[in-house]
Design a protein around this ligand. Sequence first.
Ligand SMILES: [Zn+2]
Length: 473
Amino acid sequence: MRTIIKGGTVITAADTFAADLLLEGGRIAQMGADLPAAGARVVDAGGMLLLPGGIDVHTHLELPFFGTVASDDFYTGQRAAVFGGTTSHIDFAIQHKGESLHQAVENWQHKAQDKAVIDYGLHVAITDLNDTVMAEIPSLVSAGVTTLKLFQAYKGVYQVDDATLFRAMLKAAEAGMLVMVHCENGDVIDFMIRDNVAHGRLATEYHARSHPAWAEAEASLRAIALAGIAGAPLYIVHMTCAESVDQLRYGRARGLPVMGETCPQYLFFTTDNLRQPDGAKYVCSPPVRTAADNDYLWQALSAGHLQVVATDHCPFLFDGTQAIKYEGENYQKPGKELGAGDFSKIPNGMHGIEDRLLLLWTYGVNTGRISANRFVELTATNPAKIFGLYPRKGTLAPDSDADVVVWDPAAELTVDWRQMHMRVDHNVYDGRRLRGRPRQVFVRGELLVDGSAWHGRRGAGTFLQRSSHAPVI
Ligand SMILES: [Zn+2]
């Protein structure tokens, strides 16, 4: 089907201009003034902005974690993503001990297969790096998986030692792959958690106290230094505080190929939230920090010290003893209540896949902290470039995929989890007044979201084969 989106203002990372878009064959066939509308469905976008669909490069759909599983699967999470203006994402295929990396990819493909409604890619998270696995790394490129993730934290579960991280960096650099790292000092954190638990300090706020900012800063600098030695590009996921972003700035100022991401929760919440009766909702790793860190991160986004806003979307029900309705069906799974009385047992993770663009627009663009172009750069263009999807995704240009958000900058909403589409029983932004939201969302030329109507189809999403040797931004 041909669609013409008429009368809108196109926003890319670099430009703002009036243009009609002709969508055909899943691509943007033409952009320009007064495109002929004969035989096409016409969407009047007068007064609207046209944005490239958001790309969320950090999600955990259906992740088994803390003895339960993240509550959004590849259908519910992707559906929510589209309602929030995100049209593709990259999830983490996590290698279980003893498995090959290709096996991990296959496991995650299996989760996604019949459910996916939008295009998705996969990173491989390496947790068991023996020589066989090391030799396997370059072969992931031909499978379209060009990014590896390693953890300096979660001792005994995901954590790898420095030699392992360094060897993976060497191997990845050779193959033109990018290494992503969760930077926190897992040894220190493991000790602090055990110590707090042993002394009966079990309240939710001890989650943050056991994950200090300097543990993140130390691990960040260590990863940056290892990347410098290996000559390997590095992407640090979910940076939360001034201490760690300063390390990134230090590395970048010295010309190292290092980049950083933050997520909405780190822009809005502090350890005060952990002291609320519902503090478990705010438990994620690394933890939420201070109001000064919130401000610092906003400044880092505006000044260009951070390159991407992703989400680390990994929701859990707040009260998993109660079923919720999702598209008319009951859903129930153990959630945050697992940690009632012991912070160390609270499933780590928060929602964000649907909230990201809404929040960043209201609190970033509307406040003048970032421009609309920078918004596009942080949420779509940089993610596409860094992760080997550009220019197929991440911009509006002839021949790019027709992933288009018709954005209404004047539309207002008050956040209420019941009106959102993530499969979770709360929203940590409940009650906030937001201005600016998607009116329509096209994915490869198909209208998936039209106001509150949903037209997505399970199984329509495809796996994104990503390129190696992506640029460092
Ligand atoms: Zn994560």
